[in-house]
Design a protein around this ligand. Structure first.
Ligand code: HEC
Length: 167
């Protein structure tokens, strides 16, 4: 009988220890997660702001300086629906052979919409960059029904690719 009581006490002590262990671990877990809730206010760093607005981190010149022609050739697939880079080969849009530095709307056998006429004389890299960011905003009424390339490095890469073909 005494032995059974002894065992029962032991079991009771064991259960008690277990209960204390759970209480401690739950409350320390709660403390831990409370700290976790506070954390975001410390984590907002300039790097995070930069990631949210990639456009402001680098100038167009810097992006051109690090542009990747091979990557630009892949981006050009989006243009290839309407453009060729071979000389004299017009499609939905005019041939883009040597377009960097070329006079605006100057392919004689392509019938332009007229919307590009007031935008400038020469397709500088900067002008192409602005045009392909949002063609309709740059040249209202343009026949280039393309929504635009949102990624600034994609634009620099495709311009570097166009520069490499024929100009
Ligand atoms: C849906 C068809 C289409 C797509 C896609 C397209 N373009 Fe065009 N693009 C045109 C048309 C049509 C014109 C002529 C615009 C006009 O006359 O208003 C044009 C004109 C241009 C011009 C002016 C050429 C000149 O001779 O003055 C440039 C530069 C140009 N596109 C670059 C691009 C680039 C780079 C891409 C890909 C990022 C692209 N386009 C995607 C149809 C397209």
């Amino acid at each position: 009988m005494a032995m059974i009581w002894g065992l029962a006490k032991l079991a009771g002590a064991f259960v008690g220890a277990l209960v204390i262990f759970f209480i401690v671990s739950i409350s320390s877990g709660a403390l831990f997660s409370m700290r976790g809730l506070d954390e975001p206010s410390y984590v907002v760093t300039p790097e995070d702001d930069a990631a949210a607005a990639p456009e402001e981190t680098q100038t167009f010149e810097e992006r051109m300086a690090q542009a990747d022609i091979k990557a630009g050739e892949r981006v050009f697939k989006e243009c290839r629906a309407c453009h060729r880079v071979e000389e004299g080969m017009n499609a939905v849009g005019p041939s883009l052979y040597g377009v960097v530095g070329r006079d605006v709307a100057s392919i004689a056998d392509f019938s332009y919409s007229g919307a590009l006429d007031g935008t400038g004389d020469v397709w500088t890299p900067e002008a192409i960059n602005e045009f392909i960011t949002n063609p309709k905003a740059y040249a209202p009424g343009t026949a280039m029904t393309f929504t635009g390339l949102k990624d600034p490095q994609d634009r620099a890469n495709v311009i570097a690719y166009l520069e490499s073909v024929g100009s």
